[in-house]
Structure formats: C-alpha cells, structure tokens
Design a protein around this ligand. Structure first.
Ligand code: C5P
Length: 304
C-alpha cells in the first residue's frame, strides 16, 4: 500500500516582467496585457500539514515588514482552499522570501503553492487544466506562478504560453523601502494616458531576444508601459534605474507594477558587483538581491 503523506512543502518562485504592454481597460476593469514573464530564483516555501484546526503561520525574510502579509481571512491561501472545496483543516506555514507589494507576484506565488499543496494533501487529483483555471480565479499572475520558466502572457495576464528559453539570465533586484499598490499604479496609468489603444504594445522584440539567447538583445528590447505611471508617483525609481546602469548593469527596468527595479547583467560576478554598488549608494533601497532565471514554477520539494 502507498503510505499517505501528512505534510507537503511546495516552493513557488517570484516573477519578473521582461515586457509589459498595457491596453485600454476592458469592461471588467482589467487591462489587456501582452507580457513576457520570467520566474527567478527567489522563492516562498509553503508547508501544509493535516491538523485539527485551520491556521496560517508566517515566517518573513528580514527585508519584509511585519504586518505586510495578512495572516487572517484575507490571505490568498484561504481563497485557494475555498476554490478546492476546503476538504479538511490544515496547518499552513509560509516561509516568505519574495518581497511584498513589489511587482514580483509574491502573493500569487503563495496562491499557486497553496493550490498545489492542498490538492496533494486532500488528494483532490485536480487536472492541470482545472488547476490553471482555479489559479486564474485567484489572480492574473497566479497561472504563471504554476507554470514558471519563461512564458508569454496575454488576456489580463492569466493566459500563459511557455516559451523555450536556453538562456541563464542574471538579475539584480533593488527592493524599495515602500511598496506600490498594483490597482493604484494601473489607475494612475489610466489618468496619465487617456484613450490608449485597446491592443497592448507587442512583446515581439523581447520574444525575439529570448529566442536569440543574446543578453544585449534582451537588454535593448525590455519594455514596461507601467514605468511611466510608477515613476510619476515615485521619481526616485527613475534615479535608481540610472544608478544601476552606471554601476555596470546592461539595463535597468521596473518590474510589473513596481516598485522593484530589476537590472539585467552579463554574469553572476557582474550582478554581485552591481548589487554591491547599488546597495551602498541608495538609502531608499531596502535590500538588493541577486537571482537568476528561468526557474521552475510551483513544485513539491518535500513530503512526509
Ligand atoms: O488579478 P489581480 O488580483 O492580481 O489584480 C489586482 C488589480 O490590479 C486588479 O484589481 C486591477 O486593478 C489591476 N489589474 C489590471 N489589469 C490587469 C491585472 C491587474 O487593471 N491585467
């Protein structure tokens, strides 16, 4: 007989957007996107264990503020459990390394990890297709957190096509002292750019650069429509981009709705040198991390 596991740990990655084209808001309020995601080696680990009572415990990296992640009803793990039909109680523990309100889909990663972990714990045997459907109900970025790697995103971001990516790309992430709210950044973009095209700016240049494997081609092609809105709210971010580039990064760009700025570097050594330079120079930067991508989407790392 196959022994039944009492506990599963699932690891889910942070994401960057290498391209983010935004179109005019749809009737449901969401913006159509043409985006290229990449999963990078910064992770949240979520452990679920059978228990008598439902509980969520958080263990936060030292650069994440206490209270930044809701531990109660509002935690995305509760929504994931409800979507699976909440079969039994469980003890959830989340080790968070993905920065919060940073444009790196930290909440989405926890949502994806919870779907995978609770599906196993409760033996739901949800098909991949149905799991992706539940993920899209949790949030626009959650399907990508399941898929990982490098991928093309359309719709409101939830329609995800994996891309072949032979590169190993090195990134420096400058985390801000203050988060930015995603709805706020989209709303500011609406104010700054009235009457935009319904069709978002195409990701073709980034798709071509990824296919070529050339780091300088990717540096030239990267694009984020939300930068203008976020820089208008937070002029310090534009200064930060220039600083990282002057420290030797090939290209700096805000990721997602920000405020994290990602710097593309030629190698691990170059990334470490840029990280050290940026950390010393800027007081509004909370922490500088180095990570590479692409990495896998949400996956089981241990069970017992
Ligand atoms: O889907 P998710 O919950 O991550 O979206 C959070 C908010 O970000 C939405 O309520 C909306 O204000 C904004 N958003 C958007 N267009 C998208 C994705 C998100 O306007 N494609």
């Amino acid at each position: 007989m196959i022994p039944v596991s009492r506990s599963f740990t699932v690891r889910a990655p942070a994401k960057l957007n290498l391209h983010l084209g935004v179109g005019a808001p749809r009737e449901d309020g969401f913006h159509p996107l043409d985006t290229v995601y990449q999963a990078i080696g910064i992770y949240d680990d979520l452990t679920v264990t059978h228990a008598e009572k439902w509980s969520i415990a958080l263990q936060l990296a030292d650069y994440i503020e206490d209270g930044a992640v809701p531990a109660g009803e509002d935690n995305i793990v509760n929504h994931a459990a409800a979507l699976l039909g909440k079969r039994r109680d469980a003890e959830i523990s989340i080790r968070k390394d993905i920065p919060v309100a940073a444009g790196m889909a930290g909440g989405s990663a926890d949502g994806a990890a919870a779907l995978v972990a609770l599906d196993r714990l409760w033996n739901c045997r949800t098909s991949d297709h149905d799991l992706l459907d539940l993920a899209s109900q949790l949030g626009s970025d959650v399907p990508f957190a399941l898929i990982g790697g490098t991928a093309h995103g359309t719709g409101r971001g939830e329609l995800v096509e994996p891309l072949p990516d032979q590169g190993s790309w090195w990134w420096v992430l400058a985390l801000s002292n203050q988060g930015l709210s995603t709805p706020q950044v989209y709303a500011h973009w609406d104010r700054l750019f009235p009457g935009p095209s319904p069709t978002p700016f195409s990701a073709l240049a980034v798709l071509t650069a990824i296919a070529s494997g050339s780091v300088s081609a990717l540096a030239r092609a990267m694009h984020n429509d939300l930068e203008a809105a976020a820089f208008d709210l937070r002029p310090d971010l534009a200064v930060l981009v220039s600083l990282g580039e002057s420290e030797g990064a090939l290209r700096g760009m805000m990721t997602g709705s920000g405020p994290t700025v990602a710097f593309l570097c030629r190698s691990a050594d170059e990334a470490r040198a840029v990280a050290a330079g940026v950390q010393v120079a800027r007081s509004e930067v909370r922490r500088v991390l180095v990570a590479n991508g692409p990495v896998a989407g949400a996956h089981v790392v241990s069970y017992r």
